[in-house]
Design a protein. Structure first.
Length: 292
C-alpha cells in the first residue's frame, strides 16, 4: 500500500526513481562480462580402458558389464553411461554438483580395483579424466609436403615441431595425431604351424620372451657399483631371431635399409615358424629343415 500511495501522491519522484534504476541497469549491462565457456567445472568423470585386440562384444562382456555393476554402488552418481568399442571401453559418470570430484575419483578407482581380479589380464590400467570445457585445443596445425614422405613428416612433427611448441610459455599439452608409428609385422605360415604342431599362442609367448629387458645384478667395486641388465629388446628386424645354434626354420629377408634377418628356433623339433617384417616391405621366403 505504501508504494502505491507514494506513486499516486508523488508521481514525479516515482518517475525520477524509475529513470535512475534504468540508468543503473544500463551501466551494469555495459560492464557485464560475457564468456563463451564460463569457469564452471562440470561434475563429470570419464574412464577409458584399453583392451587390445578385443571385439566390441568381448569388451562388453568381459569389461563393461563387470565394471558397471561395481560402479553402481558409488554415491552421488546422477547418470552413468558406457560405450564398448573395438579394443577399448569408455565410462562417463555424471555426479551431483555438490559431489567432490577428488573423492569421486577415489571411489571410482576403488570400484574398479574391487573387480580387478575378474577382468582380463591383457586389459591395461584405466585412465581417469575430468571433463573441462576450457581445455580444448586453441590451435591446430596440419603438415603436408610434396617432397617428404609420411615417415619423414612424422619425425619432423614429433622430434622438432612438438618439442618447440611445448617450450612456448602458456602451452600445456601438444598432441601429434596421424603420425606413422614404427612397428614389426609377424607373418605366420599356417601350413608350417600345423606341420610342427605349434600354436599361435606359443609364437606370441616366444616373441614376448625375446623382446624383454630385465636387471641381472650388480658388480661391486671399491669405489662404485655398476648395474648389469639383460637387454633383449628389438631395435631392428635382425634382432628378433633367437640366439640358438640349432637348425630350424630360417628365413632371409631382403631389407632396403636394414641387414638381413635370421630367425632360428630353440632346440626342439617344433619350429617357431614366424617371420618378422616391417609393414611396408615385401614378404620373406622361408625354408625349413628339421632340427637335429
Amino acid at each position: 500500500m505504501f508504494l502505491s500511495d507514494f506513486s499516486v501522491k508523488r508521481p514525479i519522484a516515482m518517475i525520477v526513481l524509475i529513470i535512475a534504476l534504468m540508468g543503473l541497469g544500463l551501466l551494469a549491462l555495459s560492464k557485464l562480462r560475457v564468456n563463451n565457456l564460463p569457469d564452471v567445472e562440470p561434475p563429470v568423470l570419464v574412464v577409458n580402458i584399453t583392451y587390445p585386440g578385443a571385439s566390441p562384444e568381448t569388451v562388453e562382456r568381459e569389461v563393461v558389464s563387470r565394471i558397471e555393476k561395481s560402479m553402481q554402488s558409488i554415491s552421488g552418481v546422477d547418470r552413468l553411461s558406457s560405450t564398448a568399442r573395438e579394443g577399448s571401453a569408455q565410462f562417463v559418470l555424471v555426479f551431483d554438483f555438490d559431489k567432490n570430484l577428488i573423492e569421486a575419483a577415489d571411489e571410482v578407482r576403488n570400484a574398479i580395483a574391487a573387480v580387478r581380479y575378474k577382468l582380463p589380464t591383457e586389459m591395461r590400467e584405466p585412465i581417469l579424466q575430468r571433463v573441462d570445457p576450457t581445455a580444448q585445443p586453441v590451435m591446430q596445425v596440419a603438415l603436408s609436403s610434396s617432397v617428404l614422405d609420411h615417415a619423414e613428416i612424422s619425425r619432423l612433427a614429433e622430434d622438432q615441431l612438438a618439442d618447440r611448441f611445448r617450450a612456448l610459455p602458456g602451452v600445456a599439452v601438444v598432441t601429434v595425431n596421424g603420425a606413422l608409428r614404427r612397428e614389426l609385422s609377424v607373418l605366420l605360415h599356417a601350413d608350417k604351424l600345423r606341420q610342427y604342431s605349434v600354436s599361435v599362442t606359443e609364437v606370441v609367448a616366444a616373441l614376448r620372451a625375446q623382446n624383454a629387458t630385465a636387471p641381472v645384478g650388480k658388480v661391486r667395486g671399491t669405489l662404485e657399483d655398476q648395474s648389469i641388465a639383460s637387454s633383449a629388446a628389438w631395435r631392428a628386424p635382425a634382432s628378433s631371431g633367437a640366439s640358438s645354434s640349432s637348425a630350424g626354420v630360417t628365413s632371409w629377408c631382403g631389407w632396403p635399409t636394414w641387414p638381413p634377418c635370421r630367425t632360428a628356433t630353440p632346440r626342439s623339433r617344433r619350429a617357431r615358424c614366424a617371420t618378422a617384417t616391417p609393414t611396408s616391405t615385401s614378404r620373406c621366403r622361408a625354408r625349413a629343415r628339421p632340427a637335429p
